[in-house]
Ligand binder design. Structure first.
Ligand SMILES: NC(=O)c1ccc[n+]([C@@H]2O[C@H](COP(=O)([O-])OP(=O)(O)OC[C@H]3O[C@@H](n4cnc5c(N)ncnc54)[C@H](OP(=O)(O)O)[C@@H]3O)[C@@H](O)[C@H]2O)c1
Length: 463
């Protein structure tokens, strides 16, 4: 295995402490990363290597693998002073230098600029960049240019951790390794698609970030549009990073800009979740009492290509919704003739991304007994029972891919730009708009979200 040094910018942050260190430690222990992987943590907080070791051990709830070295460099990553020391350390570090930028997104351009000035990166480096990548298409383009000063495109891994989930990777396998799906997967057979990504949590101490981003930029531009792309893309000719990403870009580029009347933005108010009273968004620590930022978004979008023309994709995501669930629900057309008196129903194929990882198909079945009564029943593939091995954590998988140099599950530059392009007109109008529609915490968003789909004679399915 190529020796590896990981340089974690944002070493004391929420993401590093909750996700990264445990993923690195797990991968080292299971032999997916070199046993002697070195980790250098960087942030402004002053501490020595021992204190950093303690922070990491506390984060993963146990000891760090003894075979791996942890070091810490305190300093501002957007200032030049940090880099002579870092350069010295990296000169002595053989193999791959994997830079993980887990810093607030507005710093990324400055940090990669410093890496370019210090000539770190190009020769032996790769960089993982967290989402959101920019705040619109123009800023994503500018950021892409900055990052290219330090790294070639093939060295850049723009992470969207949804793509590291087994259930998400399985969308392509399900569609393209089963011949039965392809004849059904088009506007002739599919009535519409619903994608829901619901969270019960509020801002969880991340108000600073969230109050700038909101649901559209935090969730829709990346996670939800990635699910749209995987659901709607054409089969690639080969399963390679370039071919898969080419097809995703084509779909994202075919999304018709979303009109204001096809979108609903909401903000949660005080309410109850699981019987517990929770405060409204504007009362959260770090949120301005008059904040207009949306915590809920529902949209209807169309993909203007031959496969999908006229098929609505209804997307919704929000915080403080009644349950945590991410689902893709493909609703097929009803049978042409209602043979069993009112029993004709649309089959629904549900890809349950999280938390219960499974794929189900809702079909009509004859209720046992006299007469012909049709009831909806589910055919189910459940990950946990069909496969004994537990799914890897998304970050574990993605870290391994980045060290192996496989970018298939990471977003390419044109992909992030295309995703922004699809949403920019709406995002700009929303930024200017005065208010969000209120919804009670613990509900499924504003009434207008129900009306958005009801006006097409459809309804949101239980996720
Ligand atoms: N948290 C998540 O679940 C999550 C999920 C998806 C994506 N992300 C993305 O991951 C990135 C980090 O998020 P986070 O939630 O971990 O943020 P965070 O908790 O605010 O942590 C930010 C980290 O950056 C460091 N930092 C800030 N300014 C710095 C500077 N000038 N120089 C060096 N270090 C600096 C902070 O430490 P000091 O203050 O000590 O410098 C801290 O370690 C963001 O881009 C976010 O959008 C986070």
């Amino acid at each position: 295995m190529t020796p590896l040094t990981m340089i974690v910018f944002g070493a004391t942050g929420d993401l590093a402490r909750r996700k990264l260190y445990s993923a690195i430690a797990h991968n080292i222990r299971s032999g997916l990363l070199p046993k002697d992987t070195a980790v250098i943590g960087i942030s402004r907080q002053q501490m020595d290597d021992a204190a950093f070791g303690q922070l990491v051990a506390d984060s993963i709830g146990g000891p760090w693998p003894a075979s791996s070295r942890l070091a810490y460099v305190a300093g501002s990553a957007d200032q030049p002073d940090l880099y002579p020391d870092l350069s010295q350390r990296l000169k002595a570090a053989p193999g791959l230098h994997l830079f993980y930028l887990a810093v607030p997104t507005h710093l990324i351009s400055a940090v990669v600029g410093r890496l370019a000035d210090a000539k770190l990166g190009r020769s032996r480096g790769r960089v993982i960049i967290e989402k959101p990548f920019g705040v619109d298409e123009a800023s994503a383009r500018t950021l892409n240019r900055s990052v290219h000063r330090a790294f070639a495109e093939g060295q850049i891994y723009r992470i969207d951790h949804y793509l590291g989930k087994e259930t998400v990777q399985n969308i392509l396998v399900f569609r393209f390794s089963n011949g039965v799906m392809e004849p059904l997967w088009n506007r002739g057979q599919i009535d519409h698609v619903q994608i829901t990504a619901a969270e019960t949590i509020g801002t969880e101490g991340r108000s600073d970030y969230y109050d700038h981003a909101g649901a559209l930029r935090d969730m829709v531009q990346n996670h939800l549009l990635q699910l749209v792309a995987l659901t709607a893309m054409e089969p690639p000719a080969v399963f390679s990073a370039q071919a898969v990403r080419d097809e995703k870009v084509k779909v994202l580029s075919a999304i018709r800009p979303v009109r204001t009347e096809d979108a609903v933005r909401g903000q949660y108010q005080q309410g109850r979740i699981d019987g517990v009273s929770v405060q409204g968004y504007q009362q959260e620590d770090g949120v301005a009492p008059d904040s207009r930022r949306e915590t809920f978004a529902a949209l209807r979008l169309f993909i203007d290509n031959w496969r999908w023309y006229g098929v609505p994709f209804y997307l919704r995501t929000g915080k403080r919704l009644p349950q945590r669930a991410t689902r893709i629900q493909v609703v097929f057309k009803q049978p042409p003739l209602d043979l069993f008196e009112g029993a004709a129903q649309a089959n629904v194929l549900s890809i349950h991304v999280q938390p219960d990882e499974r794929i189900s198909l809702e079909i009509g079945a004859k209720r046992p007994g006299l007469g012909t009564h049709v009831d909806p029943v589910e055919m189910n593939f459940v990950y946990a029972t069909s496969f004994r091995s537990a799914s890897a954590e998304a970050y574990e998988r993605l870290l391994v891919d980045a060290t192996l140099g496989d970018p298939t599950l990471f977003a390419r530059e044109d992909e992030v730009e295309a995703a922004w392009r699809a949403l920019d007109p709406l995002a700009q109008r929303w930024d200017k708009e005065a208010a969000c529609l209120p919804y009670a915490a613990g509900s499924w968003g504003p009434q207008a979200a129900t009306a958005l789909i009801a006006r097409d004679g459809r309804h949101w399915l239980d996720p």
